[in-house]
Write a protein that binds this ligand. Structure first.
Ligand code: ADP
Length: 180
């Protein structure tokens, strides 16, 4: 059985080997969780992102992931992945699954033991949370990721309940922070 935990709280506080950032393809910061991660990590993270090879200004296309150092965060690495803009980057389901897989594969190849995910694409990218949670959890439950402790950091009680339902089949509300 894979270890999947759910926490209602701020992912920048996660004490894990790798924190996943829901980035955009330019990878130089943005709003939402991306902005929070860059603020908490400080300018070293932006410098590390600038060093990632860009093609036509794009450092990471939707569905892929890149790894950098983590600046002032507790984590060793930030894994930047780009989820699909729902209904714009298609097929959205395949791209979202690929964003999770690419992030998990990078964590494994960098000998990480623990990884924290936000709800990729569920903010300004507009992915319906129930569908996104189903995809996220089914990828994280694959046997090749058994060695990783996977923690989802959700930012509202509603989102936490949706993820609880995807993992455990029942919408248990959590208070912050509640490792299950
Ligand atoms: P996307 O562009 O992939 O939709 P967003 O950053 O807009 O990414 O939102 C992704 C999810 O991250 C949303 O559910 C948002 O509420 C949540 N979020 C925002 N800030 C944080 C944070 N500090 N920690 C964890 N989750 C966060």
């Amino acid at each position: 059985m894979n270890t999947i935990k759910i926490i209602l709280g701020d992912i920048t506080k996660a004490d894990v080997d790798a924190i996943v950032n829901a980035a955009n393809s330019v990878m130089l910061g943005g709003g939402g969780v991306d902005g929070a991660i860059h603020r908490a990590a400080g300018p070293k993270l932006l410098e590390a992102c600038k060093k990632v090879k860009a093609i036509n200004g794009e450092r990471c296309p939707a569905g892929e992931a890149r790894i950098t150092e983590a600046g002032n965060l507790k984590a060793k690495y930030v894994i930047h992945t780009v989820g699909p803009r729902y209904g714009i980057d298609t097929p959205s389901e395949t791209l979202l699954a690929s964003a999770y897989r690419s992030s998990l594969d990078l964590a494994i190849s960098h000998a990480c033991k623990s990884i924290a995910f936000p709800a990729i694409s569920c903010g300004v990218y507009g992915y319906p949370p129930e569908e996104a949670a189903g995809i996220a959890v089914s990828i994280c439950q694959r046997p090749e990721y058994e060695s990783l402790a996977i923690i989802f950091y959700l930012f509202s009680e509603k989102m936490t309940a949706v993820w609880m339902k995807a993992v455990y089949g029942s919408p248990v509300l959590a208070k912050s922070p509640v490792p299950i």
